[in-house]
Write a protein that binds this ligand. Structure first.
Ligand SMILES: C[S@@+](CC[C@H](N)C(=O)[O-])C[C@H]1O[C@@H](n2cnc3c(N)ncnc32)[C@H](O)[C@@H]1O
Length: 242
Protein backbone atom coordinates (compact mmCIF):
# COMPACT_ATOMS: atom_id res chain seq x y z
CA UNK A 1 0.00 0.00 0.00
CA UNK A 2 1.38 3.44 -0.87
CA UNK A 3 1.81 5.93 1.94
CA UNK A 4 3.41 9.32 2.21
CA UNK A 5 6.34 10.31 4.36
CA UNK A 6 6.05 13.91 5.48
CA UNK A 7 9.47 15.58 5.39
CA UNK A 8 10.37 19.10 6.41
CA UNK A 9 12.79 20.82 4.04
CA UNK A 10 13.92 24.38 3.48
CA UNK A 11 11.93 26.72 5.66
CA UNK A 12 10.05 25.28 8.60
CA UNK A 13 6.79 25.75 6.71
CA UNK A 14 7.77 23.65 3.67
CA UNK A 15 6.45 20.10 3.79
CA UNK A 16 7.17 17.68 0.93
CA UNK A 17 5.11 14.58 0.34
CA UNK A 18 7.43 11.68 -0.45
CA UNK A 19 5.93 8.33 -1.44
CA UNK A 20 7.01 5.35 0.64
CA UNK A 21 5.87 1.78 0.65
CA UNK A 22 4.11 1.24 3.95
CA UNK A 23 4.50 -2.48 3.90
CA UNK A 24 8.30 -2.02 4.30
CA UNK A 25 7.64 -2.27 8.01
CA UNK A 26 6.09 -5.71 7.62
CA UNK A 27 8.64 -7.14 5.20
CA UNK A 28 10.84 -10.02 6.24
CA UNK A 29 14.57 -9.75 5.54
CA UNK A 30 14.69 -11.76 2.27
CA UNK A 31 11.74 -9.78 0.94
CA UNK A 32 13.21 -6.45 2.03
CA UNK A 33 16.59 -7.32 0.52
CA UNK A 34 15.03 -8.20 -2.85
CA UNK A 35 12.71 -5.20 -2.89
CA UNK A 36 15.40 -2.69 -1.88
CA UNK A 37 18.00 -4.06 -4.30
CA UNK A 38 15.53 -4.09 -7.19
CA UNK A 39 14.21 -0.59 -6.52
CA UNK A 40 17.70 0.92 -6.26
CA UNK A 41 18.88 -0.74 -9.49
CA UNK A 42 15.85 0.34 -11.53
CA UNK A 43 16.00 3.88 -10.18
CA UNK A 44 19.53 4.06 -11.64
CA UNK A 45 18.72 2.61 -15.08
CA UNK A 46 15.24 4.09 -15.65
CA UNK A 47 15.95 6.54 -18.48
CA UNK A 48 18.38 4.17 -20.25
CA UNK A 49 15.82 1.34 -19.99
CA UNK A 50 13.20 3.53 -21.65
CA UNK A 51 15.60 4.64 -24.39
CA UNK A 52 16.74 1.08 -25.16
CA UNK A 53 13.33 -0.63 -25.09
CA UNK A 54 10.95 2.09 -26.30
CA UNK A 55 10.36 0.37 -29.68
CA UNK A 56 10.84 -3.22 -28.52
CA UNK A 57 7.19 -4.35 -28.75
CA UNK A 58 7.03 -3.17 -32.36
CA UNK A 59 10.17 -5.23 -33.04
CA UNK A 60 9.01 -8.44 -31.30
CA UNK A 61 6.56 -10.75 -33.06
CA UNK A 62 6.28 -12.86 -29.88
CA UNK A 63 5.41 -9.95 -27.62
CA UNK A 64 2.75 -8.68 -30.05
CA UNK A 65 1.34 -12.19 -30.49
CA UNK A 66 0.90 -12.92 -26.77
CA UNK A 67 -0.13 -9.40 -25.75
CA UNK A 68 -2.58 -9.23 -28.66
CA UNK A 69 -4.26 -12.50 -27.64
CA UNK A 70 -4.51 -11.29 -24.05
CA UNK A 71 -5.99 -7.96 -25.15
CA UNK A 72 -8.73 -9.82 -27.02
CA UNK A 73 -9.85 -11.93 -24.06
CA UNK A 74 -9.29 -9.72 -21.00
CA UNK A 75 -11.91 -7.33 -19.64
CA UNK A 76 -10.70 -4.43 -17.50
CA UNK A 77 -9.75 -2.96 -15.25
CA UNK A 78 -6.24 -4.36 -15.63
CA UNK A 79 -3.05 -3.57 -13.69
CA UNK A 80 0.42 -4.17 -15.07
CA UNK A 81 2.33 -5.15 -11.92
CA UNK A 82 5.96 -4.21 -12.42
CA UNK A 83 5.27 -1.94 -15.39
CA UNK A 84 8.74 -0.39 -15.53
CA UNK A 85 8.79 2.51 -17.97
CA UNK A 86 5.35 1.60 -19.29
CA UNK A 87 6.03 0.08 -22.72
CA UNK A 88 3.70 -2.93 -22.16
CA UNK A 89 1.00 -0.89 -20.39
CA UNK A 90 1.07 1.51 -23.34
CA UNK A 91 0.89 -1.27 -25.94
CA UNK A 92 -2.09 -2.90 -24.23
CA UNK A 93 -3.80 0.49 -23.88
CA UNK A 94 -3.34 0.96 -27.63
CA UNK A 95 -5.06 -2.43 -28.08
CA UNK A 96 -8.06 -1.04 -26.19
CA UNK A 97 -7.35 -2.47 -22.72
CA UNK A 98 -8.38 -0.41 -19.67
CA UNK A 99 -4.99 -0.64 -17.94
CA UNK A 100 -2.73 1.20 -15.52
CA UNK A 101 0.78 0.47 -14.29
CA UNK A 102 2.35 -0.07 -10.86
CA UNK A 103 6.08 -0.39 -10.16
CA UNK A 104 8.42 -0.59 -7.21
CA UNK A 105 10.84 1.98 -8.61
CA UNK A 106 9.95 5.68 -8.36
CA UNK A 107 12.49 6.34 -11.12
CA UNK A 108 10.76 3.92 -13.51
CA UNK A 109 7.38 5.49 -12.68
CA UNK A 110 8.64 9.04 -13.24
CA UNK A 111 9.98 7.92 -16.63
CA UNK A 112 6.75 6.05 -17.50
CA UNK A 113 4.70 9.18 -16.78
CA UNK A 114 6.98 11.25 -19.03
CA UNK A 115 6.89 8.62 -21.82
CA UNK A 116 3.11 8.09 -21.75
CA UNK A 117 1.49 11.17 -20.16
CA UNK A 118 -2.05 9.99 -20.95
CA UNK A 119 -1.73 6.82 -18.84
CA UNK A 120 -1.95 6.17 -15.10
CA UNK A 121 1.21 4.96 -13.32
CA UNK A 122 1.90 4.69 -9.61
CA UNK A 123 4.58 3.45 -7.21
CA UNK A 124 3.75 0.23 -5.37
CA UNK A 125 4.65 -3.41 -4.86
CA UNK A 126 2.84 -6.38 -6.31
CA UNK A 127 3.44 -8.17 -3.01
CA UNK A 128 0.84 -5.83 -1.50
CA UNK A 129 -1.11 -3.97 -4.15
CA UNK A 130 -3.43 -2.15 -1.76
CA UNK A 131 -6.46 -2.99 -3.92
CA UNK A 132 -9.73 -4.56 -2.76
CA UNK A 133 -10.26 -8.30 -3.20
CA UNK A 134 -11.67 -9.32 -6.60
CA UNK A 135 -11.39 -5.80 -8.01
CA UNK A 136 -9.48 -6.45 -11.27
CA UNK A 137 -10.42 -8.09 -14.54
CA UNK A 138 -6.77 -8.66 -15.34
CA UNK A 139 -3.25 -8.60 -13.94
CA UNK A 140 -0.11 -8.56 -16.10
CA UNK A 141 3.35 -9.47 -14.82
CA UNK A 142 5.63 -9.04 -17.83
CA UNK A 143 9.17 -9.94 -16.79
CA UNK A 144 8.54 -8.40 -13.37
CA UNK A 145 9.00 -11.75 -11.56
CA UNK A 146 12.55 -12.08 -12.91
CA UNK A 147 14.01 -10.53 -9.76
CA UNK A 148 11.74 -12.31 -7.27
CA UNK A 149 13.54 -15.01 -5.23
CA UNK A 150 11.88 -18.45 -5.43
CA UNK A 151 10.84 -18.36 -1.77
CA UNK A 152 8.91 -15.10 -2.34
CA UNK A 153 7.06 -16.25 -5.48
CA UNK A 154 4.09 -17.89 -3.65
CA UNK A 155 3.36 -14.59 -1.93
CA UNK A 156 3.23 -12.79 -5.31
CA UNK A 157 0.84 -15.35 -6.79
CA UNK A 158 -1.41 -15.20 -3.72
CA UNK A 159 -1.66 -11.42 -4.16
CA UNK A 160 -2.31 -11.73 -7.92
CA UNK A 161 -5.15 -14.21 -7.25
CA UNK A 162 -6.60 -12.10 -4.44
CA UNK A 163 -7.09 -8.98 -6.56
CA UNK A 164 -8.56 -10.82 -9.59
CA UNK A 165 -12.31 -11.19 -9.75
CA UNK A 166 -13.80 -14.56 -10.80
CA UNK A 167 -13.21 -14.83 -14.55
CA UNK A 168 -10.25 -12.40 -14.25
CA UNK A 169 -7.16 -13.12 -16.35
CA UNK A 170 -3.50 -13.34 -15.34
CA UNK A 171 -0.76 -12.87 -17.97
CA UNK A 172 2.90 -13.69 -17.31
CA UNK A 173 6.11 -13.26 -19.31
CA UNK A 174 9.34 -14.60 -17.83
CA UNK A 175 12.73 -16.20 -18.52
CA UNK A 176 12.49 -19.99 -18.61
CA UNK A 177 15.12 -22.05 -16.81
CA UNK A 178 16.53 -22.77 -13.42
CA UNK A 179 19.47 -20.41 -13.01
CA UNK A 180 20.17 -17.32 -10.95
CA UNK A 181 22.60 -14.62 -12.10
CA UNK A 182 23.79 -11.53 -10.25
CA UNK A 183 24.33 -8.62 -12.60
CA UNK A 184 26.98 -6.04 -11.81
CA UNK A 185 26.02 -3.88 -14.79
CA UNK A 186 22.95 -3.35 -16.90
CA UNK A 187 21.57 -0.87 -19.45
CA UNK A 188 24.96 0.89 -19.43
CA UNK A 189 25.13 1.41 -15.65
CA UNK A 190 26.90 -0.22 -12.71
CA UNK A 191 24.16 -1.92 -10.70
CA UNK A 192 23.69 -4.97 -8.51
CA UNK A 193 20.62 -7.00 -9.43
CA UNK A 194 19.63 -10.66 -9.11
CA UNK A 195 17.95 -12.24 -12.15
CA UNK A 196 16.06 -15.51 -11.78
CA UNK A 197 14.90 -17.93 -14.43
CA UNK A 198 11.77 -19.88 -13.51
CA UNK A 199 10.75 -23.36 -14.64
CA UNK A 200 7.40 -23.34 -16.49
CA UNK A 201 6.33 -26.42 -14.49
CA UNK A 202 7.02 -24.54 -11.27
CA UNK A 203 5.12 -21.48 -12.49
CA UNK A 204 2.19 -23.81 -13.28
CA UNK A 205 2.34 -25.15 -9.69
CA UNK A 206 2.34 -21.60 -8.30
CA UNK A 207 -0.66 -20.70 -10.48
CA UNK A 208 -2.56 -23.76 -9.24
CA UNK A 209 -1.43 -23.18 -5.65
CA UNK A 210 -2.98 -19.71 -5.74
CA UNK A 211 -6.32 -21.16 -6.88
CA UNK A 212 -6.02 -20.12 -10.53
CA UNK A 213 -6.38 -22.31 -13.63
CA UNK A 214 -3.62 -22.22 -16.24
CA UNK A 215 -5.11 -21.71 -19.72
CA UNK A 216 -2.01 -21.18 -21.85
CA UNK A 217 1.69 -22.03 -21.59
CA UNK A 218 4.16 -21.18 -24.34
CA UNK A 219 7.92 -21.69 -24.24
CA UNK A 220 10.08 -20.51 -27.10
CA UNK A 221 13.77 -20.72 -27.91
CA UNK A 222 16.07 -17.80 -27.15
CA UNK A 223 16.57 -15.26 -29.92
CA UNK A 224 19.54 -12.88 -30.13
CA UNK A 225 20.47 -11.21 -27.77
CA UNK A 226 18.53 -13.38 -25.28
CA UNK A 227 20.49 -15.92 -23.25
CA UNK A 228 17.69 -18.30 -22.34
CA UNK A 229 14.28 -19.55 -23.58
CA UNK A 230 11.37 -17.24 -22.88
CA UNK A 231 8.01 -18.35 -21.48
CA UNK A 232 4.51 -16.95 -21.37
CA UNK A 233 1.50 -18.12 -19.39
CA UNK A 234 -2.12 -17.16 -18.98
CA UNK A 235 -4.45 -18.19 -16.17
CA UNK A 236 -8.00 -17.49 -15.13
CA UNK A 237 -9.63 -17.21 -11.71
CA UNK A 238 -12.40 -19.80 -11.74
CA UNK A 239 -15.99 -18.58 -11.39
CA UNK A 240 -17.22 -18.98 -7.85
CA UNK A 241 -13.91 -18.10 -6.19
CA UNK A 242 -13.94 -14.92 -4.09
C1 LIG B 1 12.58 -6.30 -16.40
S1 LIG B 1 11.63 -4.95 -15.81
C2 LIG B 1 10.10 -5.18 -16.73
C3 LIG B 1 9.32 -3.88 -16.88
C4 LIG B 1 8.12 -3.96 -17.84
N1 LIG B 1 7.15 -4.94 -17.43
C5 LIG B 1 8.62 -4.25 -19.25
O1 LIG B 1 8.38 -5.37 -19.75
O2 LIG B 1 9.27 -3.38 -19.83
C6 LIG B 1 11.13 -5.50 -14.19
C7 LIG B 1 10.33 -4.46 -13.42
O3 LIG B 1 9.66 -5.11 -12.33
C8 LIG B 1 9.67 -4.22 -11.24
N2 LIG B 1 9.43 -5.00 -10.01
C9 LIG B 1 10.18 -6.01 -9.51
N3 LIG B 1 9.64 -6.47 -8.36
C10 LIG B 1 8.52 -5.73 -8.14
C11 LIG B 1 7.52 -5.70 -7.12
N4 LIG B 1 7.58 -6.52 -6.05
N5 LIG B 1 6.49 -4.83 -7.23
C12 LIG B 1 6.43 -3.97 -8.28
N6 LIG B 1 7.36 -3.92 -9.26
C13 LIG B 1 8.38 -4.80 -9.20
C14 LIG B 1 11.01 -3.55 -11.31
O4 LIG B 1 11.06 -2.35 -10.55
C15 LIG B 1 11.16 -3.34 -12.81
O5 LIG B 1 10.66 -2.09 -13.22
Amino acid sequence: MIGFLRLRSGSADTVDRVPIIEHNRRMTDPVRAYVDKTRVAYDVVAQSYADLLRDSVAESTWERLVLGAYAEIVRGPVVEAGCGTGRITAHLATCGVDIRGVDLSPGMITTARAEYPGLDFSVGSFLELGLPDASLGGLVSWYSLVHTPPEVLPRAFTEFARVLRPGGRLLLGYKAGNAKRTLTSGYGHAIELDVYEHRPEHIAELIAGAGLTETMRLVRAAEEPERQPQAYAMAVKPPGRG
